[in-house]
Design a protein around this ligand. Structure first.
Ligand SMILES: [Zn+2]
Length: 253
């Protein structure tokens, strides 16, 4: 069993002058205590309880608590207090507790780090990306959608792509989401960036701008990021490179 309970012998005592329920001899009865504990993958989690078992040294029969006489039951109660479940029986719960403590501390530290407000601005733009861009608001995305649908390979399912382009002063932002981007070999992915750049280059709205490109894969994870001064092509590309589109980082209180 990968999980379940196991028993461990905790200790034994000699008990005199108690008649055996089988042979009725009052020779020594030996009382042993077994500690039961829950385990997962053989790692003890926590103790469940102690079970006394008596054995008659005369007839060698063993018998459980249900067969104890009133007196033996009292004796078992008293002796049971003297055996303790060893600490290792709690090992699993202590490990789990330690993991919770460490992750609580880490998330507490993360919550205190001041967040870059530009991350939320980028997220708002990601949320505004559209599969069917509207010519009145984002004509560049309409052209991107039309041409990408023609040029992208079928297995990337171009109908699932979403787009957003935006101009802010001298800067332009181009976001494209290709949910199946990972189906392309990583060496082939930069070609998607090349194609997007080529199409955007034909559009007057973004022609003279400093361009910030972000191409995402599954889960809106950026995989190809390119700015006028830098680029990051990786399974987890540096999306922070795009923050510069929104201007310098505002001071945090
Ligand atoms: Zn006996």
């Amino acid at each position: 069993m990968v999980y379940g309970t196991r028993a461990k012998h905790l200790g034994s005592f000699q008990v005199r002058d108690i008649p055996c329920p089988y042979c009725e001899q009052t020779e020594t009865q030996q009382m042993s205590f077994f500690g039961r504990y829950a385990h997962i993958m053989w790692i003890p989690l926590f103790p469940i309880g102690k079970t006394p078992v008596a054995e008659c040294t005369h007839c060698k029969r063993t018998y459980r608590k249900a067969e104890f006489s009133e007196r033996l039951r009292l004796i078992a109660g008293e002796l049971g207090q003297r055996v303790k479940s060893p600490r290792w029986m709690w090992a699993g719960l202590m490990i789990i507790g330690a993991i919770f403590l460490v992750s609580a501390v880490i998330s507490g530290i993360q919550d205190r780090l001041p967040k870059d407000p530009r991350a939320e601005m980028l997220q708002a733009d990601i949320n505004a990306m559209m599969a069917e861009p509207m010519p009145a608001y984002d004509s560049t995305s309409v052209v991107l959608d039309d041409l990408m649908t023609m040029m992208a390979v079928e297995e990337l399912r171009p109908e699932t792509f979403t787009y957003l382009t935006k101009v802010s002063g001298e800067k332009g932002l181009v976001l494209v989401n290709v949910p199946d981007l990972e189906r392309l070999e990583s060496s082939a992915r930069p070609e998607i960036m090349y194609t997007v750049e080529m199409i955007v280059g034909t559009q007057d709205a973004l022609a003279d701008k400093q361009l910030y490109y972000g191409i995402m894969g599954a889960g809106a994870q950026f995989m190809l990021v390119k700015t006028p001064t830098d680029s990051s092509y990786a399974r987890y590309a540096k999306q922070a490179l795009l923050y510069d589109f929104y201007g310098p980082r505002p001071p945090t209180e």
